[in-house]
Ligand binder design. Sequence first.
Ligand code: CO
Ligand code: CO
Length: 355
Amino acid sequence: MRIGKLAKLMNERGFDGALVSPGSNFYYLTGLRIHEAGERPTLLAINADGEFHLLVPSLYENVVRDFPVTFWRDGENPYEKLSAVMGELGIKAGRVLIENTMRADWLIEVMRISSIEPYPLSSLIRELRMRKDREEIKLMEKAARVVDEVFEEILSWDLVGTTEKELALRIELAIRERSDGISFEPIVAGGENGANPHHEPSERKLRKGDMVILDYGARWRGYCSDITRTVALGRPSEKLVEIYEVVKDAQEQAFQAVREGVKAREIDGTARSVIEKAGYGRFFTHRTGHGLGLDVHEEPYIGPDGEVVLENGMTFTIEPGIYVPGLGGVRIEDDVVVKGKGRRLTKAERELIIL
Ligand code: CO
Ligand code: CO
């Protein structure tokens, strides 16, 4: 069980306890879908012996079953109950891991009722979450299959004359039909808008000659996919075709460089050097990729400072791009798992497609 694994690590590293509020770590540890706790304190408390207890608003009485749990009702003081839970587990003092995204008002109250020394939970749990097990990889394969299918569907649409916003909405619907939802708001960037890597879809209509960046992702049982393809509407300029080929080459070479034992920054370096050699170095303005799992951005980050040594089961994106102001941009992104070498989870066509 994952709580047990975390407790073992806590024990080894001299931590006394952990307090986890809802979010991806909470889901990872409990499997409970309590996404929006809002202002009502909701916490999983764990000690280094692997004992744990939940404090949950009574709203969730029918959701939380088979767990050691204390419910609290509106009108009651949840921190009195939390104090008892922490006392029972012996974690009212000592080095206690705190979920990084815990609301400040909850943490302030926790500090008032205890004398803990807080540390970020991410510093420890990252070691577990970075390596996916077979079950997790299966879920990610499904999330990736969804975005591949959606790309096939996009190719059958008539894109000329559609606004970026309309296309983003259609993509979102196509994702939702096949999955549990989107993993982030789709990005559609046509023509010169493609020069902004995180462009927000606008009222601009797509027209002939545009390169269009499509970046979107699906969620399946909590796990994310994240794909980018750049398609051309009609024959693009020679310059844009050249840029496309450089990005495709950078993406492929970075993918080929993935293997167990290599540092993340070496993957970034491979992509970056292809783009630099082609003379576009200063137009590649972000890291090469990011870890992917329950969060759409998580460790390991594939950037120039990526010191993580790749291990089997790690999953991340490879997404180099070139963005030329006034002209446009190209990005190609796949999701990859390390299995000795790299294996692509997303498999949609990477050759330039002219629609
Ligand atoms: Co993306
Ligand atoms: Co990405």
